[in-house]
Design a protein around this ligand. Structure first.
Ligand code: MN3
Length: 212
């Protein structure tokens, strides 16, 4: 089986006081773990048993009989991606290639911060906000529930989880405060630059899957 439960890239108390250890223990150790365990249970003994997680997501997307598998597999992938979007002492203005692209495509950092925050706050109900590369340009989008850009022609670079379980322990009902804390104190821009530099990334995999 190629699907695996990723280690957190930092200790569970490393994002304190922005995200508490209690919140991380529940979010990573219980919520993410459950999505992973459910995915494993559902692919055991099936055609998906030895598939990469990205392939499972793309092949189950939009298929009503595979909706439960899609939801759990996508949520497993989304969380692994999200943990890597954060680091202790992160956030604020980026540098490097992503800073130049934000200036070029999104009218600068202040506008990026405003639009990303508004997109995350406006996602009605559970979901995710994303910074993506689409058609050679940056864009900011949101997706409901477990949906993610892997099933589209956009390549994800950054995401924030706006399910209530992501912020209710530390921020109660104040989603805007959580999103601001993510922007100002958590984002790992080095990781975003690393993803930018990975030639092709998920677009290449999508092209390969599409040519089969
Ligand atoms: Mn979550």
């Amino acid at each position: 089986m190629k699907v695996s439960f990723p280690p957190l890239p930092y200790r569970q108390d490393a994002l304190e006081p922005v995200l508490s250890q209690e919140a991380m223990e529940l979010h990573y150790g219980k919520h993410h773990r459950a999505y992973f365990d459910n995915t494993v249970k559902m692919i055991e003994g099936t055609e998906f048993e030895d598939s990469e997680i990205e392939d499972i997501i793309r092949r189950s997307a939009g298929q009503s009989k595979l909706k439960k598998l899609f939801n759990n597999a996508a949520q497993h992938w989304n969380h692994g991606f999200f943990w890597e979007c954060m680091r202790p002492g992160g956030g604020g203005e980026p540098s490097g290639a992503i800073a130049e692209l934000i200036d070029r495509d999104l009218d600068g950092y202040d506008n990026f911060r405003k639009v990303f925050k508004q997109t995350a706050v406006d996602q009605f109900g559970s979901g995710w906000a994303w910074l993506v590369m689409k058609g050679g340009e940056l864009d900011i989008v949101s997706t409901p529930n477990g949906d993610n850009p892997l099933t589209t022609d956009a390549r994800p670079l950054l995401t924030v989880d706006v399910w209530e379980h992501a912020y209710y322990i530390d921020y109660r009902n104040k989603r805007p405060d959580f999103v601001e804390a993510f922007l100002d104190k958590l984002i790992n821009w080095d990781k975003v630059n690393e993803r930018l530099a990975t030639a092709g990334g998920s677009n290449r995999k999508a092209a390969k899957a599409g040519s089969r």
